[in-house]
Ligand binder design. Structure first.
Ligand SMILES: NC(=O)c1ccc[n+]([C@@H]2O[C@H](COP(=O)([O-])OP(=O)(O)OC[C@H]3O[C@@H](n4cnc5c(N)ncnc54)[C@H](OP(=O)(O)O)[C@@H]3O)[C@@H](O)[C@H]2O)c1
Length: 332
């Protein structure tokens, strides 16, 4: 089959289109012909080896994918050749797809059948590929873990990416007021079109100053600040985020793109009785739910571009240079 692979860590120049052996279908597996794959914020981190994960080389990138079953192991029940499926990319014992097990930027993938999730009618491969990691993570963070409610004011940092565009939609569905951050005017226009009530251009303004100007500086006696900050950026944004929160406010965290070892200021956490709520991954049920919501038109997977597999390096470059909005999709 054709696959994109990297043999050494580095930048997008390491990504090559190659002919590699087809995956072998084990007794409890299926093989899926990829209809569409999607990239996520972790691709540059895995490629550049900026995480502690041990990625076996050569590696096929790509965390998300879906398509049609072309082979079924003898012990598999309930699925057959021709079924349209996606799969949960975390496989117990093998790890995350595109991180420690082969990714989806290729023509065929092997998946244990117990990680399969059926695609509903009416959901095409490109939109389905955009959903699991970004929308699954956002669903768990905004509902199960974050319990975002109607009337709350929710600041979303890096709202222009995969998880961010999903969070904007989910917060609006919950009835929250959404303040969305992006790093370029053209991205802010798209955030407004997506439903954000207010937008902040972080290339020109400090988001904490804007929040204080709009909602007032938080006071222990009440008044000022907002209820929720969604922060997977980390780095220098951590303390500034705490300073935005009203007493009892909560910061929802599922990552730290700009740095894990964030400077902290513990005073804000105890003085304002803030909660830092971690959120990691999503369930198979969550994944089925985001597929169903997208098929019903309740959630709109935001797709920046659909490119042929051979252009994976260009798509990863766009991700690194922050020249995209939503999800980058690839088709074999
Ligand atoms: N724990 C989990 O289960 C889980 C699952 C999925 C993702 N995550 C994490 O969540 C984060 C977002 O993932 P994603 O897939 O949505 O990423 P993404 O599509 O690349 O979006 C990230 C956004 O962050 C903004 N950003 C701000 N500062 C940045 C910086 N220094 N470098 C790069 N981008 C920066 C960018 O928007 P602007 O240019 O507009 O600022 C970008 O659109 C990542 O840290 C990822 O590892 C965690």
């Amino acid at each position: 089959m054709q696959a994109i692979r990297f043999h050494a860590h580095g930048g997008p120049e390491q990504l090559r289109l190659e002919t590699v052996p087809d995956p072998v279908c084990g007794p409890s597996d299926v093989v899926i012909r990829i209809g569409a794959a999607a990239l996520n914020g972790f691709e540059p981190m895995i490629l550049g080896k900026t995480t502690a994960l041990k990625t076996p080389l050569p590696m096929i990138p790509g965390g998300d994918g879906c398509g049609e079953i072309v082979a079924v192991g003898e012990r598999v029940e309930g699925f057959r050749v021709g079924d349209r499926v996606g799969f949960h990319p975390f496989v117990p014992g093998e790890g995350m797809t595109g991180e420690t097990r082969p990714g989806t930027c290729c023509e065929l993938v092997r998946v244990p059948a117990d990680r399969l999730v059926r695609l509903p009618d009416g959901l095409d491969f490109e939109r389905a590929a955009a959903l699991p990691i970004a929308y699954g993570t956002a669903l768990r963070m905004m509902t199960t873990r974050g319990a975002v409610r109607a009337g709350e004011r929710v600041l979303i940092l890096g709202a222009t990416g995969g998880v961010g565009t999903a969070c904007v939609q989910l917060a609006k569905r919950a009835g929250a007021e959404v303040i969305a951050c992006g790093s370029a005017p053209w991205k802010l226009e798209r955030l407004e079109a997506l439903g954000a009530d207010r937008v902040i251009d972080t290339s020109r303004e400090n988001f904490r100053e804007v929040i204080w100007r709009l909602y007032g500086k938080p006071r222990m006696t009440g008044g000022g600040g907002i209820e929720v900050v969604v922060n997977y950026i980390g780095g220098e944004t951590w303390v500034e985020s705490l300073k935005c929160l009203a007493p009892g406010g909560r910061m929802l965290v599922c990552g730290a793109t700009a740095g894990y070892a964030t400077p902290n200021d513990a005073r804000y956490i105890w003085t304002y009785e803030l909660s830092i709520v971690g959120s990691n991954g999503w369930t198979m049920e969550d994944q089925a739910r985001v597929y169903a919501m997208a098929a019903a038109g309740e959630l709109r997977p935001v797709i920046d571009s659909v490119r042929p597999l051979a252009e994976t390096a260009d798509a990863v470059r766009a991700l690194i240079e922050r020249r995209f909005f939503g999800k980058l999709v690839l088709v074999p």
